[in-house]
Design a protein around this ligand. Sequence first.
Ligand SMILES: Cc1cc2nc3c(=O)[nH]c(=O)nc-3n(C[C@H](O)[C@H](O)[C@H](O)COP(=O)(O)OP(=O)(O)OC[C@H]3O[C@@H](n4cnc5c(N)ncnc54)[C@H](O)[C@@H]3O)c2cc1C
Length: 369
Amino acid sequence: MTETCLDPAVPLRGQIAVVTGAARGIGEAIAVRLARMGAAVVLTARDQARLEQVKAAIEQLGEKAIALPCDLTNDKAVAALGDRVGREFGRCDILVNNAGVAVLRKPLVDLPGVGKNLVEHPFMFVGWNARPGAFRSELRVDRATLWVMQWGLFGKGLFATNGAAGNLFIRTDPRLDRPDMQFTCMSGEVSARELWFPLIGKKPPHTLGAGLSMIKQDSRGAVWLRSAQVQDPPRILFNLFQEKSDMDRAIRGLKAIREVYGREPLRSLVADETLPGAKIISDADLEKFVRDTGAITQHAVGTCKMGIDGDPLAVVDGSLKVRGVEALRVIDASVMPDVPGGNTNAPTIMIAEKGADLIRGRTLPRAEL
Ligand SMILES: Cc1cc2nc3c(=O)[nH]c(=O)nc-3n(C[C@H](O)[C@H](O)[C@H](O)COP(=O)(O)OP(=O)(O)OC[C@H]3O[C@@H](n4cnc5c(N)ncnc54)[C@H](O)[C@@H]3O)c2cc1C
């Protein structure tokens, strides 16, 4: 976003930009750049003398700047600054906050959906002891070396795969109109990455496993600021399995994967189940397993969701513009209102392509179907 915003092709004439920490360094550089792009820049920092110098430099370029010195560590001074910007300009189109403070105590645009609606693909892992001949035995150093050579020379063989041998998309309930669970069947297990040196190292067990990603989730989490300091990491709460429907889905998924591995051709590859384990059968025990081991697939989306007028949690509109702000777009996975029923990278790239077209005012020719 920053790159796009600072592209000289984006005209900012008539826009009001407030830049904190503008007395020196990156704050100063951004202020000058925004002014060159036509914005009227409100410069703020504690050092009045330096601010006046930056202001003079901007005015020499024939652009407008105003210096409003402020102790940005003082809450009252910051609130007064926000009030003054509101009084004098009536708005702030661009806020570049280099000082890490909540500059405008009363936000000009209050979008309660920012940070809400965090949604993921909850993840579980199940495993089995495998019968001899499984992938793990190929990690013996001599065999692995041959597989590496085959891959390097011919691009083929066992090591020409990433180990995620197959992906199944299934409906855990026949009444569903689309899959709600993705099984990633692996030729080993996640920890099967160390080489085995016979006579030196202990022979690793033959195991294989499968990852279960719930590609539909009803629970919603949130992301929010820990403090007004930019250096502080945000707070992230996924709320996985908070809704009963999600826990029910997870349990149906575990039962379904047992069915898949209980049938040929997989049945003859696996011996006893190690995770969750053959004794974990009741729904209560399966729920405990899910709560103890459930994780994320790294597919977080939704915290700046796109939505229609009247949707109280909508952050961006149908053209990716932040609601209530004239020239700001969000173009990433956070605009997805719900998590897609598959991996998130490709849909994010599609959003980025579309966003680039929207900024440049390009419309694609109609697809020929
Ligand atoms: C470990 C992992 C594995 C994954 N595997 C897969 C997979 O196999 N398949 C799949 O489809 N998806 C996968 N995903 C998900 C996929 O990568 C994401 O959905 C996708 O990258 C989201 O794109 P994004 O543009 O929203 O965010 P990101 O790709 O995270 O891009 C955000 C960018 O912003 C930059 N940035 C952050 N803060 C600042 C700042 N202050 N100033 C400037 N720049 C900043 C970051 O450096 C980053 O380049 C995986 C994710 C992870 C974390």
